[in-house]
Design a protein around this ligand. Sequence first.
Ligand SMILES: Nc1ncnc2c1ncn2[C@@H]1O[C@H](COP(=O)(O)OP(=O)(O)O)[C@@H](O)[C@H]1O
Ligand SMILES: [Mg+2]
Length: 182
Amino acid sequence: MRELSLHILDIVQNSISAQASFIEIIIQEDDKNNSMTIEITDNGRGMSKELLEKVTNPFITTRKTRKVGLGISLFKAACERCNGKFYIDSKLGEGTKIYVSFEKNHIDRAPLGDMANTIIILILSNEKIDYLYKHSLNENEFILDTREVRKVLGTVPLNNMEVIDWIKGNVLDGLSEMKKSK
Ligand SMILES: Nc1ncnc2c1ncn2[C@@H]1O[C@H](COP(=O)(O)OP(=O)(O)O)[C@@H](O)[C@H]1O
Ligand SMILES: [Mg+2]
């Protein structure tokens, strides 16, 4: 995939399919260590040991509509191409965590892509799910926690268009601030 945000979207869609109600997306960029890490954690239904062992193999899927499951194995391949590490842990009934790292300046590392739109797409796809998006670049950090946004909103739903616009602006401004003060 051309952008890491597309992998993130794909991995989080697995969490949504697994009935998660809370999903964490943590991105850490560290120029001194030339590293970029992405961690996605959900509280969905989790996987059995058997499935977990097989899930990084591109021909495993529990979908009925298509025979190959590619999302996880593509993400793994993308990070390993950049001398990174892949890690997955999952417990039935508890949830799943996927971690990938990249050499940040590796020639094959795809750009991150559009995180503001990625978050918006996720919120619009299911209003009930909460997200914690944490993104750090060296000493600086941006955080969006939809649980906090909900507290301010009261009865207004997260997928209200004005709220969506505000969230999008908040992510765009927050990330550009983070980069500026780098
Ligand atoms: N977060 C998750 N929680 C529970 N099961 C998951 C999760 N992510 C992946 N899986 C399981 O692993 C399988 C493979 O996932 P993936 O590689 O993304 O392929 P696909 O989504 O096309 O099936 C899924 O079909 C699902 O059964
Ligand atoms: Mg998938």
